[in-house]
Unconditional design. Sequence first.
Length: 218
Amino acid sequence: MARRRTLGRWVYMTMIASAALAPGSARPAAAQTAPREPVRLASATLRPGDVLRLKIWREPDWSGDYQVDETGKAVLPRLGPTSVVGVPAEQLKAQLVERYREFLNNPSVEVIPLRRISVLGAVRNPGMFPVDPSVTLGQAANVAGGPTPESKRNVVELRRGATQRRIDLSKNPELSTLALESGDQIFVPERSWLSRNSTWFVSTLVGIAGTATYVFTR
């Protein structure tokens, strides 16, 4: 009888551990975030390290992405080094339209400020990406094709300059709307081996418990 009671306790503890590791285990609900007003591209400004995406109608050779150097200038077609920082995109567009009148009749110009970020780790297409200012920390993984099944849900590491910060977005939902800056590195970590293989581990534990029960109760 003592052996059966000991076995019963062992089987019970095994089932408790199995339930805790199961993929469907309950998780704390994420806090709701307040609605966030989208960033208006017309008012966005460029900073050193950013990229100016220039589109000139019927001038594909002049259109393209131009990096803003440390002095705040971008080398633009026909215009050469041009100061572009600190000016709202809509105002910068008007300035460039006026300057391109020297070369074109009624030029149509589109100006899009972009941030250069890296998204690495457990994402489908890691790499460096130019993104518009409306993209936030919580959306960064989607820029790289979305997180992989092995990723640690809602957790990211933000590397900005000399600082590195690990953020659980489910516990800090307000940080999901954090604006990104050029040079930011967003790293999506993988889940632990045990977490990624929980289904196999649970089924193995249950199988062992069932076998032990059969052997010791015969």
